[in-house]
Ligand binder design. Structure first.
Ligand code: COA
Length: 141
């Protein structure tokens, strides 16, 4: 099993992985066109692991030049507990650091119990109590 960068052709298989994973919320941005725009804007950063040519784990990775942002960290159920999420995180942070982006964030829904439990035991990651996130959604121009 190897980690490699996600390419547009991976969309259908990744979409299926995300859809069958409880706790992962699909958004308009997960459709093919915005997925491709995201990959083009953040080349070689989003990652997957595949087994026999089928994606079994994913991590979407982007940055704004200062901070990295991680989304859709997913490991397919039969493959959990083997260090795949850790391996994806390590590789993503190394790729961001190579670009000079040395601090990253992940936003986790507080009612996503499994995701919260995972992030709370990641020793290098600190849960922020000092920041509130405000969000707005605009109509496309
Ligand atoms: C969370 C998830 C990505 C973990 O994937 P994984 O490949 O099983 O994780 P790893 O094997 O790399 O585990 C890394 C560490 O986290 C711990 N861990 C893994 N899942 C955990 C969980 N649900 N609760 C608490 N700790 C967990 C492991 O024990 C391991 O600790 P260690 O390094 O001290 O041994 C996977 O369970 C998943 O896809 N869940 C559904 C989607 C989800 O919630 N994603 C997070 C979105 S923000």
């Amino acid at each position: 099993m190897q980690i490699r960068a996600i390419v547009p052709d991976d969309h259908a298989a990744l979409f299926a992985l995300w859809r069958r994973t409880p706790g992962i919320q699909l958004r308009a941005e997960d459709e093919f066109a915005p997925f491709c725009r995201y990959l083009a804007r953040n080349p070689q950063l989003s990652l997957l692991v595949e087994a026999e040519h089928v994606p079994i784990a994913s991590l979407l990775v982007g940055h704004d030049g200062r901070r990295g942002y991680l989304q859709h960290l997913v490991v397919d159920t039969p493959w959990r507990g083997r260090g795949l999420a850790s391996a994806l995180l390590d590789e993503a942070l190394a790729r961001l650091a190579a670009l000079g982006v040395c601090k990253s964030h992940v936003f986790v829904l507080r009612d996503a119990a499994e995701a919260m439990a995972f992030w709370q035991v990641q020793g290098d990651w600190g849960e922020r109590e000092d920041i509130a996130v405000f969000s707005i959604r605009s109509e496309p121009a």
